[in-house]
Design a protein around this ligand. Structure first.
Ligand code: 48F
Length: 259
């Protein structure tokens, strides 16, 4: 085995995928459960899909379960999605299912990649690209290590027909849009309304409804959707994240189909 051949194989293979990701149908910020589920359904539907994740590992808040107890709870509708992915669940009490957080997130990662979503870790979304009508038309990316080390290095950009903000509690893409283009989101205030304290039932109920195109070309999914629309957090119940990711993919598909 030759070191340089190994190095060339890695570099060529990575760059081929990165170049492919420069013009996509959907670019997703964040590889937590909602982003990965959205990526899975979109790629499975034949759409060119790329996911950019800031951290070294994928999964966002899921591997941590509840307070580092690596289990997640799901309601009936969320459990049905895990059934489709072949993830094992166990009924705890009527209407409450429990799954291993690591089995769940590793399966979601693996299935998204297997159906063709390109997933890039260690890359942060630091801005959006805009075009006519201020439509969001892509993402501005940089290595996470650049901001962590506070280096002054210019980013690169990719083009996409749609962006999904699946960055979790911080709803980073929506914050960037508001900061740079004013409070023009389709929310009650036009800005990011802000997450409310924990109320599992309400948070789970509202998350799918909050999964919307919040700005031309920008869909918000997962916990980011509740932050943007001012709904409560819900803690370690994850069904809503899965349902929201699926809804984001359906919405995106509808918009792409209309052209
Ligand atoms: O936080 P995260 O898991 O979001 P989610 O899919 O799920 C939320 C739950 O984990 C949990 C919860 C359930 O009750 O509330 O919090 O909505 O995943 C978000 C991912 O986005 C990444 C971040 O590292 C995490 O893995 N991320 C955040 N900002 C950026 C980013 C950014 N600017 N660029 C790239 N990735």
């Amino acid at each position: 085995m030759d070191e340089v051949t190994i190095s060339r194989a890695i570099t060529e293979s990575f760059l081929k995928d990165f170049l492919e990701a420069m013009e996509v149908d959907v670019a997703i910020a964040g590889a937590g459960p909602s982003g990965l589920i959205a990526a899975h359904y979109l790629a499975k539907g034949g759409n060119k899909t790329a996911v950019f994740e800031r951290q070294l590992r994928l999964g966002g808040g899921m591997p941590g379960g509840g307070m580092m107890f690596n289990r997640v709870v799901l309601q009936e509708e969320g459990k049905k999605i895990l059934d489709d992915f072949g993830v094992r669940t166990k009924e705890y009490e009527k209407g409450y299912y429990i799954a291993d957080a690591l089995e769940t997130i590793s399966t979601l990662c693996s299935e998204a990649i297997k159906v063709g979503a390109r997933v890039f870790n260690l890359i942060s979304v630091e801005d959006v690209v805009i075009r006519e009508g201020n439509r969001i038309s892509g993402l501005v990316l940089n290595w996470s290590a650049v901001s962590w080390s506070k280096l002054h290095v210019d980013p690169l950009a990719i083009r996409s027909k749609l962006v999904i903000d699946a960055t979790g509690h911080d709803s980073e893409v929506c914050h960037i849009v508001v900061r740079k283009m004013g409070a023009n989101l389709r929310t009650a205030t036009g800005g990011v309304v802000g997450e409310r304290p924990m109320w599992a039932e309400k948070g789970e109920k509202e998350i799918v409804e909050n999964t919307r195109e919040v700005y031309p070309g920008l869909i918000v999914a997962g916990m980011a959707a509740n932050t943007v629309f001012g709904s409560p957090r819900m803690g370690a119940i994850f069904g809503g994240m899965l349902l929201s990711g699926k809804r984001a993919a359906e919405l995106a598909q509808g918009i792409l189909d209309k052209g």
